[in-house]
Design a protein around this ligand. Structure first.
Ligand SMILES: [Zn+2]
Length: 152
């Protein structure tokens, strides 16, 4: 394997690999993958929707303060502008999440027989073995001994 083909080892990517493997390990069936992804999408929507609502309230109060106040300060305008930008970004995110939800619903209607779920489990064990299992630990030690994977 050439050096360039080695997966990136930056902290972000390492965190991603860990999360990726963890999700396979903890949700090793189609049913569980459907559930975890649905929950992740819905929690994302709930949280960003709530923040959006709050920002809209904040924006309205700034706007009404401004008209009451004859002092139309630059500080107000700046704040208003930045909130407007964030509101529009979050509205975009919510619109996309809504579209993803519609697509996901089709994926989540599918059910498979138990023997296929067993196959999912089997591959999950191969793809993302327990990080504390003895083979994985041995592999980690091996990687750490090569100069390409310096021990931190
Ligand atoms: Zn990376």
């Amino acid at each position: 394997m050439k050096v360039s083909e080695k997966p990136c080892q930056c902290p972000d990517c390492l965190r991603f690999y860990r999360e990726h493997d963890r999700l396979i390990r903890e949700c090793p069936t189609l049913r569980q993958q459907q559930e975890i992804n649905w929950a992740a999408l819905q929690s994302f929507r709930t949280l960003s929707g709530r923040v959006l609502e709050d920002l809209q309230k904040q924006f309205n109060s700034i706007s009404s303060n401004k008209t009451d106040d004859n002092l139309r300060s630059e500080k107000f305008d700046k704040k208003e502008q930045s909130i407007t930008q964030v509101i529009s970004d979050l509205e975009n995110i919510n619109a996309h999440l809504f579209s993803i939800e519609a697509l996901m619903e089709k994926i989540f209607d599918v059910k498979v027989p138990d023997e296929i779920e067993d196959k999912f489990r089997e591959f999950a064990g191969e793809l993302a073995p327990d990080p504390l299992n003895i083979d994985r630990l041995r592999l980690n030690r091996l990687l750490h001994q090569t100069p390409d994977f310096p021990d931190k």
